[in-house]
Design a binder for this molecule. Structure first.
Ligand code: MLT
Length: 392
């Protein structure tokens, strides 16, 4: 009889977004006439840009001919896409060989842990994307939480005891806080001193409007200690198509062992690669027309975030985020527990995510995704305003 992975018992009964879906379904069963506005999971709402659609169509059509048909994709990704990323995202400060095309950031954030022993201690921002916690737990690793509190401008403090692996998400999901150069440098210096590895999740870097760094590699020394994980999901509208990339610099080593070598072994042993049409669509994001189309889309998303934030602030609420991320971090009035506040807002027909679901320090907040259209956000604000939500 196989022995089960005992570490699954450390996980909560259901994954946060699953729990929200269950609660939403129960609400809808109770009140089928209520149309809900989904500001819960951060899923894109605008269609794929024409450049990506056309690139994917052409790639699909090319499969019909013997001369242009493609078999297995390279596990590391096609060089046409790795070259574009090296040029446009990293101005060639990272080589294409250090870039690996993936099926998205969520997978990569967990799979990268396979390079490390279960005896490691992992630090996570609290609150943070639940995938880091769950992935670390079912890998059998110990966790420490680095609170990101309002009084510290949501910047995590350094751990009191040494840690081996550090997840940093900037701009942070859920607080929307992008770490500035000083904060990032503090963490890179810590990792260099402690010989820790930073797993830097930059899935939301495309949303940055402040002068916060987009890449951890803009901090001196980071190439030795950081792996950067990025995604086309939100920035390119690929949540369904699934494509991202992971950067492992050659200098990133532990006791003389290059992590890039381990990652290549892991890739060739267990990853079939990302399909040609999807990588062609991702490549189109870097062509002049694609860049223009994406910039317009991003501008619209940024306007949506600013719009809802301004509406809630005008209603007298305290709201963070929305400047460098598509998420608003809404402080619950009178410290109402986040799950209670979530229920109150759900009653009004708006789905949010309780902050506690992202970690203990998320208590007292709810997260709002602002991917919905301005009309929907306006309607959500009106529903929130109407009646007695709570006293402010
Ligand atoms: C979120 O809502 O936090 C994200 O959309 C979830 C994800 O990217 O997996």
């Amino acid at each position: 009889m196989p022995k089960l992975n005992p570490h699954f018992s450390a996980l909560k009964k259901s994954y946060l977004f699953q729990k929200i879906a269950e609660k939403t379904a129960a609400h809808q069963k109770k009140r089928p006439q209520n149309s809900l506005i989904n500001l819960g999971i951060g899923d894109i709402q605008k269609p794929l840009i024409p450049s990506c659609v056309e690139a994917m169509r052409e790639a699909a059509v090319s499969f019909a001919k013997t001369e242009t048909f493609q078999g297995y994709p390279p596990a590391e990704g096609y060089s046409f896409l790795r070259n574009q990323i090296a040029s446009f995202e990293y101005q060639k400060t990272i080589s294409p060989e250090e870039i690996f095309i993936t099926a998205g950031a969520k997978n990569s954030c967990v799979e990268i842990l396979q390079l490390f022993s279960s005896e490691n201690i992992v630090a996570v921002q609290d609150p943070s994307y639940p995938v880091y916690v769950n992935g670390s737990l079912f890998s059998g690793m110990d966790l420490v939480y680095q609170p990101c509190l309002e009084e510290n401008d949501f910047i995590p403090k350094l751990p009191e005891k040494p840690v081996d692996i550090i997840y940093l998400c900037s701009p942070n999901n859920p607080t929307g806080k992008a770490l500035d150069r000083k904060a990032l440098k503090t963490w890179v210096d810590y990792a260099v001193k402690q010989q820790s590895i930073i797993l830097f999740d930059g899935a939301y870097e495309g949303f940055i409007t402040s002068d916060a760094p987009h890449s951890i590699y803009s901090i001196p020394g980071a190439k030795k200690v950081a792996i950067e994980i990025r995604s086309f999901s939100k920035k390119g509208g690929f949540t369904n198509l699934r494509c991202g990339y992971t950067v492992i610099p050659n200098e990133c080593q532990i006791k003389g062992v290059s992590l890039i070598d381990l990652w290549r072994k892991r890739l060739h042993s267990s990853f079939g690669g990302v399909s040609y049409p999807i990588q062609k669509a991702a490549e189109a994001c870097y062509f002049p027309e694609g860049k223009k189309e994406l910039a317009l889309q991003m501008e619209a998303y940024q306007e949506q975030a600013a719009f809802l934030k301004q509406k809630l602030v005008a209603l007298g609420y305290t709201v963070f985020g929305g400047i460098d991320a598509p998420y608003l971090w809404w402080k619950t009035p009178q410290r109402i527990p986040s799950w209670d506040f979530f229920e109150q807002i759900l009653e009004k027909g708006v789905i949010t995510i309780p902050g506690e679901g992202f970690g203990p320090s998320g208590e007292g907040f709810v997260r709002l995704s602002t991917f919905a259209s301005i009309d929907k956000l306006q309607e959500a604000a009106s529903r929130i305003q109407k009646g007695s939500l709570c006293v402010i």
